[in-house]
Write a protein that binds this ligand. Structure first.
Ligand code: 5GP
Length: 211
């Protein structure tokens, strides 16, 4: 085995799943963790939901429900789920893209998808990001200004369901303060890259980046 920062010969990306209720701050935290030098690729999901004004270019592949269903039929998703009436899925090709880029893969997905990933990639690392309180989560959702009252209610109902799944996750990160949450997530990534079984499986140790 060689030093973790030596040239990388690993052939499989580590899959990091980051799940958290709407309003937990996943987007903010991940934008500071998945950045150049970290050796991470943030998967681009497909969704049937309409773009929001706050969506950045490239956040999602926006598709029709029919196109989404055709991709399901063709086995094109690593995982997919219906969330608050819309379909979301991770294209299978994201794994190869990450491998080609010699990056690990980060999936920002909800709980049903995280469970599917656990089944298909048993060595995936599941992280749940939680807001400090339910009230704070509600406040952040309202603060977005892009959600109708009904959609906020559906997302809070999802929050109540999702939080019950916390025991199925490997790590819980509390997003009370963004800097601390970013630091915690980077520490998890670093520690997972240093796990003996991953380095032995690769034949040569090679976690990259600052993570
Ligand atoms: P939003 O509509 O707020 O962008 O996303 C709603 C929920 O769908 C969030 O919890 C987000 O993490 C989740 N999500 C986004 N992409 C995917 C995906 O590819 N698969 C699954 N299962 N959930 C996703």
């Amino acid at each position: 085995m060689s030093h973790p920062d030596s040239a990388d010969t690993r052939c499989r990306p580590i899959v990091f799943v980051v799940t958290g209720p709407s309003g937990s701050g996943k987007g903010t935290v991940l934008s500071r963790v998945v950045c150049p030098g970290m050796g991470l690729r943030l998967a681009v999901s497909a969704t049937s939901r309409a773009p929001r004004p706050t969506d950045a270019d490239g956040d999602y592949h926006f598709v029709t429900r029919g196109e989404f269903e055709a991709t399901i039929a063709a086995g094109g998703f690593l995982e997919y789920a219906e969330f608050c009436g819309e379909l979301y899925g991770t294209p299978r090709s994201e794994i190869e893209r990450a491998a080609d880029e010699r990056s690990d893969l980060v999936l920002e997905i909800e709980v049903q998808g995280a469970r599917q990933i656990r089944r298909v990639c048993p060595r995936a690392v599941l992280v749940m990001l939680l807001p400090p309180t339910r009230e704070e989560c509600l406040r952040r959702l309202r603060g977005r200004g892009s959600e109708t009252k009904e959609r906020i209610q559906r997302r809070m109902a999802a929050y109540d369901r999702e939080i019950l799944a916390v025991g199925e996750f490997d790590y819980v990160v509390w997003n009370v303060e963004v800097d601390a949450a970013v630091c915690d997530l980077k520490s998890i990534i670093r520690a997972e890259r240093l796990r003996t079984h991953r380095q032995l499986a690769a034949g040569q140790a090679a976690p990259r980046g600052e993570g």
